[in-house]
Structure formats: structure tokens, C-alpha cells
Write a protein that binds this ligand. Structure first.
Ligand code: ATP
Length: 297
């Protein structure tokens, strides 16, 4: 029996390995297909941004499935983020907020309308230069199976330890890292130290602070941070966003009160827009959301 078991077990291991490689291959082809979808136009030049470029969405229509059966996710969205300002987007889950960020980063191309950065259509410039200009702090940060230092410096390869540490301090994650067994050399990810959602997001913030891009996208986590840390990081982000052009996708309205403009999205459309004070005075959807969150708190 044991004679049979060993080779069978071995076969099982090989099977799992092959299956895993196939899954990875599968992922790779999916990624490649997506890359092809948004290939650079021949002769595309790098994006010219300056310190804080103006961002525009002009009548953007988008569906993840562009076929005739595809559900439209954005139905003619127009917005302007003036140079160096912060615009916040709020609205119910599934209304299309994160999709705006994905399109700006050019994970997908729009089906109608256009997106411009400093007046340049993002389809006409190199994709690498668009991504270089943008720092994203996503809702769910995926960390590499590597050291904390690597994960932070990824935003700006070639940074030295002092720069990595300064970014980690600003993102309020330094003390946590310093207390870990191997400090900045601690391995994180599936095979290393497991970080909570909030800790991962702080690593992503440190990475973005280090990258220091002219455009910031902050996709606020629904519940990753406790409120003391949230306020501290909010302050850091506001400092980081100074003199940059920022898009904030917010779940807590306390995050957006100072925004240059707040956009309220519903089912792929902007149904209200204005400053916090203007929207409260309007006594519409935003004012109701505000009242609800205030009473919740
Ligand atoms: P939340 O507040 O929950 O993050 P959201 O407003 O950011 O929501 P989006 O993530 O923009 O919403 O999603 C908008 C719609 O697009 C949702 O109905 C979602 O199911 C759909 N969607 C998102 N990503 C994909 C995808 N990769 N493929 C197909 N549909 C998707």
C-alpha cells in the first residue's frame, strides 16, 4: 500500500503544481489581453504634466463588457479637477466611483467621450507615462511577497532607507514596522507577516508619498482604519495632496468637507455636484447622506 501511496502522493503534488502554473498562465494571458486592449498608439509620446495637471472627464461612457449585452457603468460622466485641487466622489456601492479611478489609470479605455490630463487625451500618450504620473492608494492593497522596505520603495525604485523610513513615518506605519521581528527587512504577504487592511493601506500610502506623483487617487477603504489613525492619515494625505491634483473616492463624508467639489454618483451618473456647503443648502441626496452619517456617529 505504502509503495502505491508514495508515487500517488507525488503525482498529486505534480498535479497541483501544474494546475497552479496553469492558473498563473491563465492570469497572465488575461492580463496580456487587457494590455493589448489598451496598447499605446503608434508614435505615442510621454504625457507632459507639470506639477499639478488639470484632469477632465468629458462625457465618458463605459461598460466593462463593451458588447451589446454589456451593462453601462458610466453613462456620460463629465468632471473637471482644476490644477492642484481635490475633487471627491461619493455615492452608493456599485455606482461607478472606483471605475473612474480605473479609467484614469487606463486599466481600460472609455467607449465614448475622453479623459484628459493637462489637455492630453490619455489614449494618445504612453500608458507608462500616465501611470508614472499617478499615485493610487487603493481600497484593497495587494502587497508583494517581499520585504516591507521593498513594498514601500516600489513606488520609487532606488530610494534609500532614510527616504523609505520618512515615508513610513508620514503614513504612521513606522512604529509597527520597527517593532516587527526583522524591521524593514520583515517579509510580508502570503508567506510572511500578515498585515491588517489598515496596515496594508498605510504601506500603500507610504509607497505613494515616496513616489510623489503630480496626481493622487485615494480610494478610501470602507472600514480599514480606526478613527484616530484615520484622522492622522487624513492630515498626512492632505499634506501630500497639497499642490497636487487629487481624486478622492470617499465612503465617510467627513473626508470630503474640504474638497473643492463633491460629486454625488448614482447608477453611473453624477446626480449632484457642489461644495459641502452648497450641497447641504440644496437639501438633496448629499444632505440626506450627511444627516444619516451624522446621526450614525
Ligand atoms: P464601492 O463603493 O462598493 O467601491 P463603486 O461605486 O466604486 O462601489 P465600482 O467598483 O466602480 O463601484 O463598480 C461599478 C459597477 O461595475 C458595479 O456594479 C460592479 O459590479 C461593476 N464592476 C466593477 N468591476 C468590474 C469588472 N472588472 N468587470 C465587470 N464589472 C465590474
Amino acid at each position: 500500500m505504502i509503495q502505491l501511496y508514495v508515487p500517488l502522493n507525488f503525482l498529486g503534488v505534480i498535479y497541483r503544481e501544474i494546475k497552479q502554473s496553469l492558473t498563473d498562465l491563465d492570469k497572465m494571458f488575461t492580463l496580456m489581453a487587457r494590455e493589448r486592449e489598451i496598447a499605446d498608439t503608434p508614435g505615442a509620446q510621454p504625457l507632459q504634466t507639470g506639477d499639478a495637471p488639470e484632469l477632465r472627464f468629458e462625457n465618458v461612457v463605459f461598460a466593462y463588457d463593451p458588447g451589446p449585452q454589456g451593462r453601462p457603468i458610466l453613462r456620460g460622466v463629465s468632471l473637471v479637477i482644476p490644477a492642484g485641487k481635490t475633487v471627491a466622489v461619493v455615492g452608493p456601492s456599485g455606482s461607478g466611483k472606483s471605475t473612474l479611478a480605473r479609467l484614469l489609470y487606463r486599466f481600460y479605455d472609455v467607449q465614448q467621450g475622453r479623459i484628459t490630463i493637462a489637455g492630453q487625451d490619455i489614449r494618445q500618450v504612453t500608458q507608462a507615462s500616465v501611470r508614472q504620473a499617478i499615485g493610487i492608494v487603493p481600497q484593497d492593497t495587494v502587497l508583494f511577497n517581499d520585504t516591507v522596505a521593498y513594498n514601500i520603495a516600489y513606488g520609487h525604485p532606488g530610494s534609500d532607507q532614510a527616504e523609505v523610513e520618512a515615508a513610513a513615518r508620514a503614513a504612521r506605519i513606522h512604529d509597527f514596522i520597527a517593532a516587527s521581528p526583522a524591521g524593514y527587512q520583515t517579509l510580508v504577504g502570503e508567506r510572511g507577516l500578515k498585515l491588517s487592511g489598515g496596515e496594508k493601506q498605510r504601506v500603500a500610502i507610504a509607497r505613494t508619498l515616496l513616489k510623489n506623483p503630480p496626481i493622487l487617487i485615494f480610494d478610501e477603504a470602507t472600514s480599514a482604519l480606526d478613527s484616530a489613525n484615520e484622522r492622522a492619515i487624513q492630515a498626512e494625505l492632505q499634506t501630500a495632496a497639497r499642490n497636487k491634483t487629487s481624486l478622492v473616492i470617499a465612503h465617510r463624508l467627513s473626508t470630503v468637507v474640504d474638497a473643492h467639489e463633491i460629486l454625488v454618483m448614482e447608477a453611473g451618473e453624477i446626480i449632484e455636484r457642489g461644495t459641502h456647503a452648497e450641497l447641504l443648502a440644496r437639501q438633496g441626496r448629499y444632505a440626506r447622506m450627511w444627516a444619516l452619517q451624522q446621526s450614525g456617529e
